[in-house]
Write a protein that binds this ligand. Structure first.
Ligand code: NAD
Length: 475
């Protein structure tokens, strides 16, 4: 498999720069390519291009905007195999997951393309001689920062949302996994998006965000990543009065209730936990299982986890790949050691696999003390923590105990239990009897430290637009 050369895209042109950093293959630690780093002059050119692009794009008929988005989505699917191969190489996910990520990106663009046609305002009833209207307008240039775990699907939300709303965008994508963002931008370029509407940069994240957020031309900041970086960027946005969409981390609770099919929930949890090697902001992590089904659930979860086919490369039979970088491997080792040292029980996994690359065995820990680091921090890896609970109050208290509030899951068919969880769990989403918490047509985002703003759903373009109240006296 060959790896595409990462480049910047500014004002409708691809460009390299003198400086850059390595892109590492998590399968074996080898260097795949050099990702170019933007200099200050590149950023200023991107800003100028995006301002120009915005003037053209906001005046483009919504029909035409929709057509371009639809073409970009089709372009991604046309190159699905090539793009998926790039994601396997730089991010480490399995080929099945990579192909699925291309499909997800396609579906997200199509959803936003449709929403481009539905940016309605409203007429407010008014007395004679007065007309009152609320109209919706694109904010302007968006500065977007996307992470390394979903190198294609995550920036897709930002680029498609911005463009559907009529904004232009400067995307700073993840330096460690550039191929997905490059493929995305190429899909839009080839779909006919005017020059300057989409720009792509890589570089030193802190320098780029500090520079872009301070610029008057930037009217919105959108970030997906960790809570500490999100808080830092939100503070910068506050200084410069910039609105922001913050999609941050989570440590999602799973409540398995006494009526659940414990065998089926256990088997499903093995897949849910190890998706993208657990490097998912909505990954199920803290399992609160009713005492009456606890042992059966744990046995099934452990058996299905131990049976997963884990490895590296494009083998279509693989069910979990390596962690994306050395930091995640070190974090898994440290979190597991800390929990065991505090008295947790190792059910399966718990160690690095092989001595090349960043493979870590899918790991289940039981009876983990509440003060273990893994119970408090976001593991962002294939680490599951299973606790026995006796009452729903106890399960809900455990679920809500952290400052995270992104996703939550439950396994139950009891209407009363489901209703209480829907009312009382502090999270942006709740999936019952399955592990999918993101759909293009549902708003996605968090509460508490997991951030604010929504991507996707009927609300997905709200953040990219502002409302204007027009009150016209006619006589
Ligand atoms: P990190 O906190 O150093 O970085 C997180 C992301 O923010 C990276 O993509 C990084 O390039 C970017 N970033 C860092 N500093 C920045 C700055 N000043 N301006 C703009 N962008 C900046 O951690 P990491 O080791 O890369 O990732 C691990 C942690 O990040 C995980 O524990 C997880 O909590 C979080 N994460 C969350 C998501 C998500 O989908 N919410 C995705 C990836 C990572």
């Amino acid at each position: 498999m060959s790896y595409p050369e990462p480049t910047l895209f500014i004002g409708g042109r691809w460009r390299k720069t003198a400086r850059g950093g390595p892109v590492v293959n998590p399968a074996d630690g080898s260097v795949l390519a050099t990702v170019p780093h933007a200099e200050r002059t590149d950023l200023d050119e991107a800003l100028a291009a995006a301002e120009k692009g915005f003037r053209v794009w906001r005046a483009t008929d919504p029909d035409e905007r929709e057509r371009i988005l639809v073409r970009a989505a089709a372009n991604l699917m046309d190159r699905r195999e090539e793009i998926a191969a790039g994601l396997v190489l730089d991010q480490g996910k399995t080929i099945r997951e990579a192909r699925n990520e291309v499909r997800v990106a396609h579906d997200r663009i199509l959803w936003d393309a449709g929403e481009a046609r539905r940016l309605y305002g409203r007429i407010v009833p008014a007395g004679p001689g007065m007309r009152k209207m609320v109209t919706r307008h694109p904010l302007g240039v968006v500065a977007a920062f996307s992470p390394w775990n979903y190198p294609l699907a995550s920036p897709t939300r930002k680029v498609a949302g911005a463009l559907a709303a009529g904004c232009s965008i400067i995307l700073k994508a993840a330096e460690e996994t550039p191929s997905g963002a490059v493929a995305l931008v190429r899909a839009f370029q080839e779909a006919g998006v005017p020059d300057g509407v989409v720009n792509l940069v890589f570089g030193k994240p802190a320098d780029i965000s500090a520079h872009l957020i301070a610029q008057p031309a930037v009217r919105l900041v959108t970030f997906t990543g960790s809570v500490p970086v999100g808080k830092h960027l939100a503070a910068l946005c506050g200084q410069h009065m910039k609105p922001a969409i913050m999609e941050l981390g989570g440590s999602s609770p799973v409540i398995v209730w006494d009526d659940a099919d414990a065998d089926a929930a256990g088997a499903l949890s093995a897949r849910g936990k190890t998706r993208n090697a657990g490097q998912v902001c909505v990954a199920p992590t803290r399992f609160f299982v009713h005492a009456s089904v606890h042992d059966r659930f744990l046995d099934s979860f452990a058996a299905a986890t131990a049976a997963l086919k884990v490895g590296t490369g494009p083998d279509p039979a693989l069910e979990m790949g390596p962690l994306a970088n050395q930091r995640r491997l070190a974090a898994m080792q440290a979190l597991t050691a800390d929990a065991l040292q505090r008295g947790a029980r190792l059910v399966c996994g718990g160690e690095r696999l092989g001595d090349q690359g960043f493979l870590f065995a899918p790991t289940i820990l039981a009876d983990v003390p509440a003060d273990a680091r893994a119970m408090v921090e976001e593991p962002f890896g294939p680490l599951a923590l299973v606790s026995r609970v006796e009452s729903l109050d106890e399960a809900i208290a455990g679920a809500n105990a952290l400052e995270f509030g992104l996703a939550a899951y439950a396994f139950t068919d009891r209407a009363g239990v489901a209703a209480r969880l829907a009312d009382e769990i502090e999270s942006g989403s709740l999936a019952i009897n399955h592990y999918n918490s993101t759909y293009p047509d549902m708003p996605f985002g968090g509460v508490k430290d997991s951030g604010y703003g929504r991507e996707g759903g009927a609300e997905g373009l709200d953040g990219y637009t502002f409302l204007k109240s027009v009150m016209q006296q006619t006589s």
